[in-house]
Design a binder for this molecule. Sequence first.
Ligand code: FRU
Length: 485
Amino acid sequence: MDKEYWTTERLNRLYKDWPAETIDNLKAKIAKSDWRMGYHIQTETGLLNDPNGFSYFNGQWHLFYQAFPFGGIHGLKSWTHLVSDDLVHWSNTHKPMVPDNEYDRHGCYSGSAINVDDKLFLMYTGNVWEKMNEVRHPYQVGAWMDKENNITKLDQPLIANPPKGVTGHFRDPQVIKHGDYYYAFLGAQTTDKQGEIVVYRSNHVDRDWEFYSKLDIGNDNLGYMAECPNLLFVDGHPVLIFCPQGADKDSFSYDNVHPNAYIIADDINWDTMKLVNPSKMRQLDEGFDFYATQGLNAPDGRALISAWLGLPDTTYPSDDEGWEGGLSLVRELRVVDGNLVQQPVQETKSLFLDTESTFNGMELPKQSLIEFDVNHDSDNQIAITSGNTHLVIDIDNDCQKLTLHRKDVENDGKDETRSIRLNDGKINNCHLYFDNTVFELFINDGYQTMTGFFFHEDTHLNLNWTDVEDIKVTKLANINAPETK
Ligand code: FRU
């Protein structure tokens, strides 16, 4: 990243003021990249972070993401808009929602969408710096989208100020309907620097929003700021997903700079805004790069999520190529015996091509699914290597601990690890969705997942293993290749 180039002025420049050749130049540079993904959502140019506005509207799936199209850096954020018929093949409407007024001048930050009559209502945070980089004023704002995907912002904010006792860190409204009310769940920081989730409500989605309550999640502590709260209902259980920045590591262990967590409860009391019998906080994904997950209770009954493959306050090798970040496969959530289970939606199978002839040392197709069973009689290992870089899965002898090793071109080739332990059973099987520089590992059919980037050194990737059983490699389609777009 060129620090000198990225002045405050460039990071905050309105989109209309950028010369057209900036994007053309970035496209030309990115076209030469060896690190692009083949079936994950990625930007055409620039940076992507949180998924936003995940919804089903007008006979199609809609998914937006936080974007800065002018470089691989967190600049002025807009919403890029994608649509899909099957949650797998997405196309860009090229009708983004960009910051352009006094209530969102420094960024259309994260938010959600809800169907109201025959329109889609978007509720998001308008970020405004009253003194650049010093005094932040968040507005919670709204917009209507029609069936032609045209977005019209409301003139006035829905919530003009944070509630009493909350700092300028007040954002990311998730709007859902229950009974006669619309409820908005927002991430917040109290003036004594505690993370909190606060709830507003209204009878009319586009006006009259009032502070309702703080969300009572039980005993857990939400660090200094809880970003991106989402309440979903999964197999009858409320599941709260959020990002508790700075959460106390003594009671909740995580290795990433910021965690993405969840709590499962038996119920929610809408009068007291209390989760009934909440579990302790757990990590939603135990890999390297996974954050800001957004959920949707879809009209077909499924509970779906999409997550940002990336982390805040982190740089990536692709930044220098002018792009950063991706979105996870859309996953379906289930609650099984009190566990949250995640699986790629069944539509993902439309990516499957041929089963490869699978042998030790084979060249791994850049887009592939590697499936195997664990041999419980010995240690198991599978390794993807490329030059001096590797991604290795180690499963230890008692089959209860899995360690993922990543040595990529970042961090001076240091070996980084993430481990999981299953306390109530053995590790039986793994499904690794591999997409050149991104992987999503589903352990025991999704009881645990580990996701991240792997910026390898070489253009070739090799697959080796010891002692795993029934290993099978299926080639997956590269639907992002220019000729198939
Ligand atoms: C989470 C987040 C949100 C914010 C958005 C800005 O990654 O910091 O809290 O709305 O990103 O892009």
